[in-house]
Design a protein around this ligand. Structure first.
Ligand code: UD1
Length: 367
């Protein structure tokens, strides 16, 4: 029996682990999966709603680390996860994505000589001011099995000297979840609730420190939204970090008065899928949404200086536009004029990544 500890912590982890856990449970004669939630995200809207929407089993263990500075959060995950590994000897630790919990769990496992499999290995923005880039570099340096979503990720890893035998190109596991959820998302009533017509609005998410932690940058983005909003309303589910910054910078009132902005609390997976899949244009600084819009052919503007997911630009519907207000405005109005995009679906974004991931874990265990 293969004992596998799967670790999640923050919102973008949940859609990546869901199909993996599902596949492991399908092989319950050979695999015994345990699910550990670090508690990095803990609000109902940032965590529980996703477990319900994605039909993920309740975590076996919740470490309840909560918020803090990066080092506090990482240290708390490490202390608590060490105890988990002591109490539950494991054959593998599976970590996903690039959040603080991902790296912290990988460090602990590597220290305790438990093999680490990293789902979504090899993505690089080459921007070390992003905490996620450090998380990716460290996690990949320690992982025993590097499961990549696209071929550019393999190239990045090989360039960093990772042994090619440890790398497996398995495709994009988020797309497994996306395909499996489309039917159920059709039942979401979010458009009615927000009084929106399909194709008659933009959707936006914004939470990166580089966009929301500086008052001038954040108000510059709000300025750009005024011009875009004159064409089409912009639906904006507000991340807790962004809500706090808007309050701190005394911008909450201004945002509320911007009539073309439709503000909501963070949405669950199915509501958000229904929302952006019916939008005309998505503006985001998220990683995963760049991929989801590519898979569905929705035009996307990424409000960052770079992306760790270049395939969404070369083959998909994404454009990286930075956070200069004039640029955002020009690019958004041009995208609205251009209309629908004609993307290519990247290789192995086919809904079967989880099968290849669990196959690889089993195969590496036999070595
Ligand atoms: C984290 C990830 C980021 C990911 C994002 C998705 C890291 C370094 N960052 O950023 O890669 O894109 O999640 O959401 O791991 N908060 C709440 N409730 C919650 C969680 C957070 O109110 O459930 C607030 C707290 O004030 C907290 C702040 O949001 O201090 C930031 O949370 P944190 O987990 O540190 O980082 P995110 O910005 O969410």
């Amino acid at each position: 029996m293969l004992r596998v500890i799967n670790v999640v912590g923050a919102r973008p982890n949940f859609m990546k682990i869901a199909p993996v856990i599902d596949e492991m449970r399908r092989r319950s004669d050979r695999i015994e999966p345990l699910l550990v939630h670090t508690g990095q995200h803990y609000d109902e809207s940032m965590s529980d709603a996703f477990f319900a929407d994605l039909q993920i089993p309740r975590p076996d263990i919740n470490l309840e680390v909560g918020s803090g500075t990066h080092s506090e959060q990482i240290a708390r995950v490490m202390l608590a996860f060490e105890q988990v590994l002591l109490a539950h000897p494991a054959d593998w630790v599976v970590v996903v994505g690039d959040v603080n919990s991902t790296m912290a769990a990988a460090i602990v496992a590597a220290r305790m000589l438990v093999p680490v499999a990293h789902v979504e290995a090899g993505l690089r923005s080459r921007d070390r001011t992003m905490p996620e880039e450090i998380n990716r570099l460290v996690t990949d340096a320690l992982a025993n099995l590097l499961l990549t979503p696209s071929r550019d990720a393999n190239e990045n890893l090989i360039r960093e000297g990772i042994e090619p035998g440890k790398i497996r190109f398995v495709g994009n596991v988020m797309i497994d979840t996306l395909f499996r959820s489309l039917d159920r998302a059709r039942g979401s009533k979010i458009l009615e609730r927000l009084k929106l017509e399909p194709g008659q609005f933009c959707a936006m998410t914004l939470h990166r420190p580089s966009n929301v932690d500086d008052k001038a940058t954040l108000s510059g983005i709000l300025n750009a939204l005024e011009s875009i909003g004159a064409r089409l309303p912009i639906v904006f589910p507000v991340h807790p970090r962004t809500r706090e910054r808007l309050q701190q910078f005394e911008l909450s009132e201004r945002v509320r008065k911007q009539t073309s902005l439709v503000l909501t609390e963070p949405l669950g997976y199915l509501d958000f899928l229904k929302l952006y899949s019916n939008s005309r244009l998505v503006l985001t600084d998220s990683g995963g949404i760049q991929e989801e819009t590519t898979a569905l052919g929705i035009p996307c503007l990424t409000l960052r200086e770079n992306t760790e997911r270049p395939i969404t630009v070369t083959e998909g519907t994404n454009r990286v536009v930075g956070n200069n207000p004039e640029n955002i405005k020009r690019e958004a109005l041009a995208a609205l004029d251009r209309g629908a995009a004609s993307p290519r679906m990247p290789e192995l974004w086919d809904g079967n990544a989880a099968v290849r991931i669990v196959d690889a874990i089993e195969e590496f265990s036999r070595r």
